[in-house]
Write a protein that binds this ligand. Structure first.
Ligand code: SF4
Ligand code: SF4
Length: 361
């Protein structure tokens, strides 16, 4: 059934992204800004490279593997969002990505994006894509969005996830036609996804439309780092071959995750990477909420520098690739020291516990 649907969906592929002069110009300028941000990160370790910020926790979907949403919370007031974004700007944050919940539910999202751009940062967004329409995409263009990521879990919606290619393909075609920002489509294996081969169909479709594509690993309810099954592993290898350019730099990290092996790396969360929850608190990451757990308004460059050098007990079994990629900038320098509070802070205070980390994206 899934493969029949996959064939039907693939049959709708018609050309790649529409290339406009405005889109080309934005792409060139975006790349220059990205190169500048990497240059400034190499020059100094005293500022965050990336922050994820949550403008509302509510989501219009309820994926069964997800621990990052609710169905009740209200949007964060826009003036408060702007204050938080300005605080990230003062810290020198290079990339600010809006996360959730579902960011498109926030009624003032365009103002949030414009404020990010006003700080000089690169503006990103992670969305399930359900609420995209041509005029909404045009508004995102005008607000100055630089990057969008949509995670698609399967070809047909099922009890685990409704983020399916069948539902979202129309949205992808709208993006191909109207978006002037970069679009990445993330497919997944693991976590109870019933048809691993769907990830290949999704990546192929994304590349066919002119988007970039990545693949992530979701672990099941126990959250333990463990190897992929044989079928999942075969699909994962095929997708990585398809999307080789996106993965060449971080293969060893992803490879260890797929094999269920620990990684030897220095997590720079709290320094290079910040996770700002809907209450305006700074956390290490989405899976280590609670530490440092202090208001962003009072977070200083001294905090950034301290956390940059603080070893995270949960690092070996971590599967959060975005933090790894950010930390990779500094992998060659600045050895870390154990947590000054006695060690194990990140493991014992984290939202899900260091031994039970769950990669969501
Ligand atoms: S994974 Fe994304 S779309 Fe699914 S419930 Fe979580 S926030 Fe919503
Ligand atoms: S789970 Fe631990 S190691 Fe992974 S990103 Fe979060 S703080 Fe860093």
């Amino acid at each position: 059934m899934a493969s029949e649907t996959a064939a039907a969906v693939k049959g709708t592929i018609a050309g790649g992204r529409r290339a406009t002069a405005a889109g080309r110009r934005k792409r060139i300028l975006r790349r220059l800004r990205e190169l500048g941000s990497i240059g400034s990160a190499l020059a100094s370790t005293g500022h965050p490279y990336m922050a994820h910020i949550v403008p509302m926790r509510r989501c219009n979907l309820a994926c069964t593997y997800c621990n990052e949403f609710d169905d009740v919370s209200k949007p964060v007031d826009i003036e408060e969002m702007e204050r938080r974004i300005d605080a990230l700007g003062r810290l020198g944050t290079s990339v600010i990505t809006i996360s959730g919940g579902e960011p498109l539910l926030h009624p003032e999202l365009d103002r949030v994006i414009a404020r990010i751009r006003k700080t000089g940062a690169i503006a990103g967004m992670i969305t399930n894509g359900y609420l995209l329409m041509p005029d909404r995409i045009e508004r995102l263009n005008r607000a100055g969005l630089d990057h969008m990521q949509i995670s698609i879990d399967n070809v047909m919606p099922d009890a685990v996830s409704k983020k399916s290619l069948k539902v979202l393909d129309a949205k992808l075609r709208m993006l191909a036609e109207h978006a002037e920002f970069h679009v990445n489509i993330n497919s997944v294996v693991g976590g109870g996804i019933a048809h691993p081969e769907d990830a290949y169909t999704i990546s192929e479709r994304a590349l066919g439309l002119g988007f970039s594509s990545t693949i992530g690993i979701i672990h099941d309810g126990s959250g333990q780092l463990k190897p992929l099954g044989a079928e999942e592993r075969a699909v994962w290898d095929r997708v990585r071959t398809l999307t080789r350019r996106s993965y060449s730099r971080f293969n060893h990290f992803q490879e260890a995750i797929a094999n269920g092996e620990p990684n030897d790396w220095r997590c720079r969360a709290g320094g290079r990477y910040l996770y700002i929850c809907e209450n305006g608190l700074v956390h290490y990451c989405s899976q280590q909420r609670g530490y440092p757990g202090v208001p962003l308004a009072g977070y200083t460059t001294a905090d950034v520098k301290r956390e940059f050098l603080t070893e995270k007990g949960c690092a070996p079994n971590c599967t959060i690739s975005c933090v790894h990629q950010v930390s990779y900038i500094d992998h060659w320098r600045s050895r870390q020291r154990p947590d000054a509070t006695g060690g194990g802070m990140a493991v014992t205070r984290g939202h899900s516990g260091g031994a039970e980390l769950v990669q969501i994206q």
